[in-house]
Design a protein around this ligand. Structure first.
Ligand code: PLP
Length: 361
């Protein structure tokens, strides 16, 4: 007989919580967790393999605790006058965000985000013992500068998450709103740019706001545009002093030598790795246009996914697609579903299957 979780002396604030649990089903078309469904190009994969093989030659030793070469590669990729002292990285941007919360949130403190937003923020915050505060968005899921600033000023959180563009809605967030939120708080402001590469090309990044804002963090990931979700590599840019705070909470040698080698090699091919972004953006826009033609209500998206409303019974539609071998995401917003833009073939499979199900409200 095995014990039940409730029988264990678990922290009181974790009792009754549910873990992150997006279904991982072996279906032919998986468009549910905003991955890049294009594999890493073969020539890049060969180079990564060589780098990993070289790292294996020294795997008996602990890796470079400061992942110096990787931080240099991220600084070069991001530009904006950054150097390695202003870069941090970890196993996925989830861990990067966890480091920020461990250093700046924790017991007796609060973290804030505009709901609906990335579902891991509250879990990560509570994992550090912090309380989560949900702010609100307009009916179209946008947030205006004055409204954002007044909500943040009222909540007075220790950490604010601004997901730009926002998951699960795809909504853009302008720099004016980000700057207004920064001015409205004494806390740390995290701008999560996990999907920035899918925004229109001329869109300025929050990286342009970093100089002079020592409480601001801009986080990114290799999981989406870089097609590197399985390698688990996320990173951030911030003032070097803020990064010193993250050194206090990370585990020593948290980035394995193999991860460092693979990510550094992949960044050496940034252009090739990002080649699929335009294709994905094209599929995203085709999905939106077709959803609209089918009678659904897709939202503007600057990401690699589309949230759409007008779904009579999301659970039933999700199941009907599942039964046709297509996995998308019920994000818990009534009458809405979210789909990741896949390859042309995958996106067509989704659209054809949806057209065959009569589920528009
Ligand atoms: C907004 C946002 N931030 C962060 C992440 C985490 O990405 P990873 O931990 O793979 O870098 C995701 C993943 O879906 C996301 O949507």
């Amino acid at each position: 007989m095995t014990a039940r979780l409730d029988d264990l002396p678990i922290r009181d604030d974790l009792r009754g919580q549910t873990p992150y649990g997006a279904p991982q089903a072996p279906l032919p078309v998986a468009l549910n967790v905003n991955e890049n469904t294009h594999p890493v190009p073969e020539d890049v994969a060969d180079d990564i393999l060589d780098a990993v093989a070289r790292a294996l030659g020294e795997v008996n030793r602990y890796p470079d605790r400061e992942f110096t070469a990787l931080r240099e590669a991220f600084a070069e990729y991001l530009g904006h006058g950054l150097d390695r002292d202003g870069i941090w990285a970890a196993n996925g941007s989830n861990e990067v965000l966890q480091h920020v919360l461990q250093a700046f949130a924790g017991p007796g403190r609060t973290a804030f985000g505009f709901a609906p937003t990335y579902s891991m923020y509250p879990l990560l915050a509570r994992g550090t013992g912090a309380e989560w505060i949900s702010g609100g968005r307009a009916a179209d899921f946008s947030v205006a500068p004055e409204d954002a600033a007044s909500q943040v000023a009222n909540a007075a959180p220790d950490v604010v998450f601004l997901c730009a563009p926002n998951n699960p809605t795809g909504t853009p967030l302008d720099l004016e709103t980000i700057a207004a939120v920064y001015d409205a708080t004494d806390g740390v402001v995290v701008v999560d740019e996990a999907y920035q590469e899918f925004a229109p090309r001329d869109t300025p990044s929050a990286l342009t706001l970093l100089p002079g804002r020592e409480r601001m963090v801009v986080s990114r990931t290799m999981s989406k545009a870089f097609a590197f979700a399985g390698a688990r590599v996320g990173y951030l840019a911030a003032d070097p002093a803020l990064i010193d705070a993250l050194r206090l909470v990370r585990l020593p040698y948290h980035l394995s030598a193999l991860t460092q080698a693979a990510a550094t090699a992949a960044l050496g091919h940034a252009e090739t790795m990002l080649r699929m972004v335009d294709d994905i953006v094209g599929q995203r826009d085709r999905i939106s246009a077709t959803l609209d033609a089918l009678g659904y209500e897709p939202y503007e998206s600057w990401t690699n996914f589309v949230l759409f409303g007008g779904v009579d019974d999301p659970r039933a539609t999700w199941q009907a697609l599942y039964d046709r071998g297509i996995l998308i995401r019920d994000v818990g917003i009534p009458h809405h579903l979210r789909v990741t833009a896949g390859t042309e073939q995958e996106s067509t499979a989704f659209l054809d299957a949806l057209a065959s199900i009569d589920s528009a409200a």
